[in-house]
Ligand binder design. Structure first.
Ligand code: GLY
Length: 439
């Protein structure tokens, strides 16, 4: 069996470990309490490249899969190449530091899209907050103010009034709420439509498109309240029709890979395209350079050969991967700590896990992916904002029935999971938006 290392500690990394564990021996660092059931875990931080490299050599790891964006933007893939690991057969799945600018710099991404004619919202870039204020004062439509750099998913602020726009500019550029990430902003027109996420496994030249999914970023039902890292997701997302997918492939994916090649930064790894689809026309909201979370929880279980696919991509031959379908639909409901996405307490024991989670979900069923959990003595306790991803699966052929079954299974199990001394909060409408696309 291939030895694979997953770097990270969230629900996405648990999903990577769980799906790849079918055909590989999986190691993970730093991991969490759930990942420890699917993989051998270690206590090495994701930005400790020396420590990770030593682990890889010691355990004869053939492929390292990096979950979060920070080590990729920080150059972990370049480190693997520069220190000879790749030449010695220790491959890595992910983009280089240069290619990671597609997520690491909104300014880079928007200028790139403009240069290659990739459909996105019109935008202007500012490095002077007074000029940004002047600009927003002249506008009569809704806008989005985006910090240039990484901001843990909180750096894009939708503004529906002048005062909201001025506050956004102030928070990002003057108060530096996201540090240096706010030294420049992109201000773009608000795009109407419905969002979807497309995860595309790339090898620098070629690509393999995974089933489309839909995230639910706002904290409350009906998309109300503050944005989070994602309160749930489902796949496949029927808003991405075969026709929309053809447009995305020819107008977005191919020009992106071509453009990155032309710039001398071939993109290898998972290209996450955040889409806004309005009356069948897709435009790019953002690029990310890694699997989405919680999108990974509903997309990766839909195929059988995740480890082969990622290994083939890291070898530069993604088209050789034989990818067969597994589940026909999946729906993930995130259980979050009380107070998330604002302040919350940690350390509450979780009960009910043994009544739900299974390591071998054979047909339709439910699996609980862990995010912010850790073991404390004999208990599993909360250690983060997003704690668990209760994920229902289906193998039914009919897309609507499959979706309804996956959603029903997830929500049937959610009440079994509880916290001692606190309570989970979760959305009760994950996936409901899919329903009007079926009729
Ligand atoms: N779910 C949004 C993200 O992964 O960025």
């Amino acid at each position: 069996m291939t030895n694979i290392l997953v770097v990270g500690s969230g629900g996405r990394e648990h999903t990577l470990a769980w799906t790849m564990g079918a055909n590989a021996t999986v190691y993970c660092t730093p991991g969490n309490a759930g990942i420890a059931r699917s993989a051998r875990t270690f206590d090495i931080k994701e930005n400790d490249f020396d420590g990770l490299a030593a682990l890889v050599r010691r355990n004869e790891i053939e492929l390292t899969v990096v979950g979060p964006e920070a080590p990729l933007v920080g150059g972990i893939v370049d480190y693997w190449h520069d220190t000879g690991l790749v030449d010695q057969g220790h491959l890595i799945f992910g983009p280089t530091r240069d290619a990671s600018q597609l997520e690491g710099s909104k300014v880079f991404a928007k200028q790139f899209m403009a240069e290659y004619g990739i459909p996105t919202a019109p935008f202007v870039i500012f490095s002077d907050p007074d000029k940004a204020d002047q600009y927003v004062g002249s506008l009569l439509h809704d806008i989005v103010v985006k910090a240039d750099g990484l901001a843990a998913g909180k750096g894009s602020i939708v503004c529906q009034s002048l005062s909201q726009a001025e506050t956004a500019v102030d928070r990002i550029m003057r108060q530096r709420k996201f540090g240096d990430a706010g030294s420049r902003v992109v201000i773009e027109d608000f795009m109407p439509g419905e969002e979807a996420s497309l995860l595309v496994v790339c090898d620098g030249t070629n690509h393999h498109i995974l089933p489309a999914s839909q995230d639910h970023k706002p904290v409350g039902d009906g998309d109300m309240g503050e944005n989070t890292g994602g309160m749930g997701a489902y796949a496949p997302a029927p808003i991405v029709t075969p026709k929309v997918l053809r447009i995305v492939e020819s107008e977005i994916i191919q020009p992106t890979l071509h453009g990155m090649n032309q710039k001398g930064m071939p993109f290898s790894g998972c290209l996450y395209i955040g889409l806004m689809i309005d009356e069948g026309a897709p435009r790019v909201v953002e690029y990310n350079i890694r699997f989405g979370d919680p999108e990974a929880q509903v997309v990766l279980p839909l195929i059988n050969n995740v480890s082969d696919l990622l290994m083939s991509a890291a070898q530069g031959r993604v088209l050789d991967a034989v990818v067969t379908p597994r589940y026909t639909a999946a729906c993930c409901v995130v259980l979050a700590s009380e107070g998330y996405p604002r302040t919350y307490q940690k350390g509450f024991p979780i009960t009910g896990l043994d009544n739900v989670s299974q390591d071998n979900v054979s047909q339709d069923g439910v699996y609980v992916f862990h995010a912010g959990t850790k073991e404390e003595g004999s208990q599993i306790v909360t250690s983060g904002g997003r704690v668990l991803g209760v994920t229902g699966f289906s193998v039914l052929d009919n897309p609507e029935q499959a979706f309804r079954q996956a959603q029903g299974k997830a929500y049937q199990e959610v009440p079994k999971l509880r916290l001692e001394g606190s309570r989970f909060h979760y959305r009760t409408d994950i996936g409901d938006k899919a329903l009007h696309h079926f009729s």
